[in-house]
Ligand binder design. Structure first.
Ligand SMILES: Cc1ncc(COP(=O)(O)O)c(C=O)c1O
Length: 360
């Protein structure tokens, strides 16, 4: 099967993990700082705080923002459920803002004025244009789980030029991987301190000559990343530019060779924006036929996503999200990952040409 996404691991990555296994620290050792520094320097933020996974990073961001009961957190319905769950983890309510079909991102001009925080999901790796927000809520958290390597006219996603915090995921299909892993970046010293405390049980170490002493000052979690994972991440970060170049090359070939077919190619980045191409989502009338036809030919596309409000835990009569529902009816993510060969991409394109046919 040709999958829609997969990791790229080389001998250097393997050696980096083995080196940690032979060393003294398996968790919270020197590799954590190396990994955090690599992400921080790549995106140009003041702080990067590593977490156990992207979901934990989003939870940490909502906790560091001190969101809670009575607060409303808006996000996109066309996302993985973690983008909304992070609000519920801290007791806040979720509001879903319909998408702009041109970007498949939440429509920044439709974000209501009366929300407390926004979790802005950069769907597929295409950054939400935060400069188009008409109201800036108390907190803006970027869910950049899919967007490491993407950029906006303000610079790399993660520099928090128009947000308080940015959360990344390092799951295997993401731009770089630590198997499971997450990072929150921020330019705010206080938020960074709260993020670090929250990932380690709420532990605070006061300035005292009793060097064993620590105290727990809030209910935190064990959301730590291991040193093995951080070493893998630090090694992978060195290849991010190369990975991005290959993803963009694959996307450009789809853009070109799928033209003229009865489908809509993936949204292109506006001027000044750089797409991370974590996904290449097309829209097609007979999605079921294309999905089954590709699977029968040894190709495994995926549907991103079953919208958040379609899940029983978010189901409610109050949602009116017609653009998201229309997108969900036809959306399909095609294979895109650095190790996809030209020949495999040709096979995918040829299968789509046969299954979809020309635009009428
Ligand atoms: C948009 C989005 N947010 C959050 C997450 C959660 O990340 P993780 O799987 O690392 O917990 C994902 C990953 O699937 C994602 O795609």
């Amino acid at each position: 099967m040709i999958p829609y996404g997969r990791q790229t691991i080389d001998d250097e990555d393997i050696q980096a993990v083995v080196d940690v296994l032979r060393g003294d620290w398996l968790t919270q050792g020197p590799a954590i700082e190396r990994f955090e520094d690599a992400v921080r320097d790549f995106v140009g933020a003041r702080h990067a705080v590593a977490y156990a996974n992207g979901t934990a990073a989003l939870h940490g961001a909502c906790a560091a923002a001190q969101l809670g009961e009575g607060d409303v957190v808006a996000t996109s319905p066309l996302s993985f459920v973690a983008s909304a769950n992070c609000a519920r983890y801290v007791g806040a309510d979720v509001a879903l803002v319909d998408i702009d079909p041109a970007t498949l991102n939440l429509d920044p001009t439709a974000v209501p004025a009366d929300i407390d925080a926004l979790v802005a999901v950069h769907f597929a790796g295409l950054p939400v244009d935060l400069s188009a927000l008409e109201h800036r809520p108390r907190f803006v958290i970027e869910d950049a789980a899919q967007a490491l390597g993407a950029f906006t006219p303000d610079g790399p996603v993660g520099n928090c030029a128009r947000s308080d915090m940015t959360c990344f995921s390092f799951h295997p299909v993401k731009p770089v991987t630590t198997a499971e892993g997450g990072v929150v970046t921020t330019n705010d010293d206080e938020l960074a301190e709260r993020l670090r405390r929250f990932r380690t049980h709420g532990v605070h170490r006061p300035d005292t000559d009793e060097r064993w002493y620590y105290e727990v000052i809030e209910t935190g979690f064990n959301y730590r990343l291991t040193d093995m994972q951080a070493a893998l991440g630090a090694s992978q970060m060195r290849k991010l530019d190369e990975f991005m170049a290959r993803r963009r090359e694959i996307a450009a070939r789809y853009d070109e060779e799928l033209q003229g077919l009865a489908l809509t190619t993936a949204p292109r980045p506006p001027d000044g924006f750089g797409h991370g191409y974590h996904l290449y989502p097309i829209r097609v009338a007979d999605r079921r036929g294309l999905y089954d036809g590709l699977r029968d030919r040894g190709i495994a596309p995926q549907v991103h996503y079953v919208p958040i409000h379609h899940h029983p835990i978010y189901a409610s009569d109050e949602w009116e999200l017609p653009e998201c529902d229309a997108a969900y009816a036809g959306i399909l993510s095609l294979p895109i990952f650095p190790l996809l060969t030209d020949e495999d991409q040709r096979v995918v394109i040829q299968a789509i040409q046969e299954l979809v046919g020309p635009a009428s």
